[in-house]
Ligand binder design. Sequence first.
Ligand SMILES: Nc1nc2c(c(=O)[nH]1)N[C@H]1C(S)=C(S)[C@@H](COP(=O)(O)OP(=O)(O)OC[C@H]3O[C@@H](n4cnc5c(N)ncnc54)[C@H](O)[C@@H]3O)O[C@H]1N2
Ligand code: MOO
Length: 403
Amino acid sequence: MSLISVDAAYRLLLQDAAPIGRMEDLPLSQAAGRVLGTDIVALRTQPSFDASAMDGYAVRSADLAAGLTPLRLIGEAAAGRAFDGAVGAGETVRIFTGAPVPAGADAILIQEDTTVEASGRIMPCATVAERQHVRFAGVDFREGDKLLPGGCLLSPGAIALAASGGHPTLTVRQRPRVAVLATGDELVLPGVAPGPAQIVASNGFGVAAMVAAAGGEALDYGIAPDDSGAIAARLDQALAEGADIFVTIGGASVGDHDLVGAVFAERGVALDFWKVAMRPGKPLMAGRLRDMRIVGLPGNPASSMVAAKLFLAPLVSRLAGRPERPLTRNAILGAAVPENGERTDFVRSVVELADDGTATVTPLPRQDSSLLSTYAHAQGLLVRPPGAAPAEAGQPCQYVPLD
Ligand SMILES: Nc1nc2c(c(=O)[nH]1)N[C@H]1C(S)=C(S)[C@@H](COP(=O)(O)OP(=O)(O)OC[C@H]3O[C@@H](n4cnc5c(N)ncnc54)[C@H](O)[C@@H]3O)O[C@H]1N2
Ligand code: MOO
């Protein structure tokens, strides 16, 4: 297969990626970051009574307008404890923030504008407009109002609003289930001492974290040796478990021990593409087997992370039903960059944001595709299109923000 362009590969991967339809009910405490399954309406009115917005005295504004004379204190209202009577002419009720405004009163005089006489009467030092410092019933929302639309991402604010609307649980979309399998005889888990010629497996952990950040549930399939039977067995397991996406790491290139493509072919995976005109991440492959999506990431650590960020994360996000966000942003170059070759270059870079929001993107010095230290310290990927001319510091550019 010849190299496919980044844009064409992206379109192929996402063209028919629709949100998965499975729903689940979750308590509010577990619903943050999930996608709401259905519209929700308020099950109650907020506030459900006229409430004081300040600590002070519930008064009749007309009393004060007629002249500042002492008021007779007839009781107290606090949050959670109403005053049962009514405020008559020349009377007042001590009131605290959040307490129901007693009948007869139409405003709150803040306590800073009063003095308490030795007799216990309250002397107003200022007038107050009708309705001042009163939060009227329903000012936030009323029973039956639509609070949140189905499909929205449940932000902390949305969770609080749902709680206030009287919802202890929410129906959310299930997260896409993403099986992540590292491949390679050379790999051992972090914490295990590698033998001679062995290395510590890192990519699977980074990719799983990226899946989670994109709204998916990563299933840890561990490490398979460079053995066709072992890789095929994990593919079968993913199918049997109903994974939405089966992700492999490594073995995607052309070496004698790069077996992933052969296993996919043998199992009948229909490949949408293999090898994208990008650097790093060229040997990326994608396809499908029945209802399951297949993504084969390259093994080089930075290649794995960049390919996952550009392709796997948007796919997971789409299947999760998350609102779409553009992948790239506009910026200016922080340093001169040379002419680019035939593949789109995604250059791990430092991103500085000015107070006015302008981003300046400066490539980090070392870009070898094995370097995780560069990836982990980058805040963005400068995008250099195929054949781009040399560019100077200060010229416009585009970048992909990293998390
Ligand atoms: N003759 C050619 N050789 C290579 C080509 C090519 O076009 N022709 N492409 C190169 C490019 S580009 C990449 S990227 C790599 C990717 O190849 P693979 O996907 O087959 O990756 P592996 O060979 O399995 O591993 C590459 C490298 O990464 C390490 N690795 C693998 N998995 C992990 C992991 N889970 N955690 C950490 N490190 C991992 C592995 O040990 C190797 O060092 O191929 C080039 N070769
Ligand atoms: O494209 Mo490879 O991903 O440069 O290392």
